[in-house]
Write a protein that binds this ligand. Structure first.
Ligand SMILES: NC(=O)c1ccc[n+]([C@@H]2O[C@H](COP(=O)([O-])OP(=O)(O)OC[C@H]3O[C@@H](n4cnc5c(N)ncnc54)[C@H](OP(=O)(O)O)[C@@H]3O)[C@@H](O)[C@H]2O)c1
Length: 384
């Protein structure tokens, strides 16, 4: 079996877990060296470190460059140089893939190299492989997923009676949320992963950014308690739809009836549901964590050994973009205030909430004193 020499970009949580995994289980793979920012920092693994990316991309001994450093720059420049120097690339970096994935793929093809990125979405869950190689044989209509562990932790902690800020501080204390949690709680992290999944699922170009993104910062403990009393719960969900008219992408706190698989997700556990004419496919697994993510990276490294470098990519098709139209559940901010007599496109109403065929414009919801969440259930909008 051909041996593989790996050069790492980054030797943090994932880089160290990957090195340990390779040392323990892969006698034919060797980690040659790793690019880091702080060369004197103590690491749990014995790997030569460098601060010079050229020492990785120009090293003739290295076959595969593995990006576990994160961020758009200098990752994009280093990965480009890696292809130019004849290396295959494996990355766990969703930022670089969201913003530069198509350009990097084109460069990889130009140099007859491979770019694999399983770990960039949902860490240890093999969802990119499943969509690329199996599920998109039949056109996919819908991809929706709970893709951010920080938001899961916060929302499930709020179910225990805490308000948003209390839950956020607890997440930060336990290391589930970063000191600057914006990318997670404002929904941008979920949006990036959704873009990557939609590109491969719908075989089309999808811009790195879209506007229909609502994070969880507006979810109140009071709302969570009120939803629980209706037999419902809320998770941050990214949803990509491909219908006759085109494609729409959205990220929003989304309400489901108790029992829905998304509501049982806690902390780093992720889930993605893919829908096609064949039916629903539900994937669930660890979306983060050093070992889980390292498993996906290692699986890509092993795949490089098996694949012919000039494998044809899926053909691209051209589709238009639409505004997402997600049904919404809304209720008065002040529970003592009745709902407005007439709400547009009302599907169902009780004395305390209404379900609408799509979300109200934000200004109108504010004017009427209503809070609204995406309604995630597919079948008839009935809740107890
Ligand atoms: N952690 C997870 O659970 C997880 C899950 C899925 C995907 N990912 C992705 O995996 C990647 C790595 O995550 P991580 O958690 O391992 O990050 P991390 O612990 O912060 O490690 C990042 C590593 O990259 C190095 N680095 C960062 N910027 C650099 C630069 N400009 N030049 C040289 N070295 C640089 C750092 O060097 P120093 O150590 O010297 O600072 C560190 O070793 C990210 O793209 C992340 O999104 C992580």
């Amino acid at each position: 079996m051909r041996s593989i020499n790996v050069g790492l970009l980054g030797l943090g949580t994932v880089g160290q877990a990957l090195t340990q995994l390779i040392t323990q289980s892969q006698p034919t793979i060797r980690v040659v060296k790793a690019l880091v920012r702080h060369p004197i920092r103590a690491r749990g693994v014995a790997v030569r470190v460098t601060t010079d990316p050229d020492e990785i991309v120009r090293d003739p001994e290295i076959d595969v460059v593995v990006d576990v450093m994160g961020g758009q720059h200098p990752a994009m420049e280093i990965l480009s140089a890696a292809f130019q120097h004849g290396k295959d690339v494996v990355t766990a970096n969703k930022e670089v893939m969201t913003y530069y994935g198509p350009a990097l793929q084109a460069l990889a093809r130009q140099h007859n190299r491979l770019l694999l990125y399983e770990a960039s979405v949902a860490g240890g869950m093999p969802i990119i492989d499943a969509i690329t190689h199996h599920l998109s044989v039949v056109p996919i209509d819908r991809i929706e997923g709970v893709l951010n562990g920080t938001c899961n932790f916060i929302l499930s902690h709020m179910e225990e009676g805490h308000d948003y800020l209390e839950a956020l501080h607890e997440a930060q204390r336990l290391g589930y949320a970063e000191q600057n949690p914006e990318a997670d709680v404002e929904g941008y992290d979920t949006a990036r992963k959704l873009v990557l999944l939609a590109r491969i699922g719908f075989h089309t170009e999808i811009p790195a950014e879209f506007s229909a993104i609502t994070g969880i910062t507006g979810v109140t403990g009071h709302d969570v308690a009120r939803l629980a009393s209706l037999g419902c719960g809320v998770r941050l969900v990214g949803r990509a739809l491909c219908q006759d008219q085109g494609i729409s992408l959205s990220v929003a706190p989304t309400v489901y009836r108790q029992g829905h698989p998304f509501l049982r997700l806690q902390g780093p556990q992720n889930a993605v549901q893919v829908t096609s004419a064949v039916g629903h496919f539900l994937f669930e697994g660890p979306g983060a964590g050093g070992l889980a993510t390292a498993t996906s990276v290692l699986s890509d490294i092993l795949r490089i050994r098996q694949l012919v470098p000039d494998r044809e990519p899926n053909p691209m098709i051209s589709l238009t973009f639409n505004e997402p139209e997600t049904p919404a559940i809304c209720f008065p901010l002040d529970p003592e205030t009745p709902l407005p007599q007439v709400l547009p496109d009302e599907l169902r109403r009780t004395s305390s909430y209404a379900i609408l065929s799509c979300q109200l414009p934000r200004e109108l919801a504010k004017l009427w004193g209503l809070r609204q969440y995406a309604w995630g259930e597919e079948e008839g909008p009935t809740i107890r």
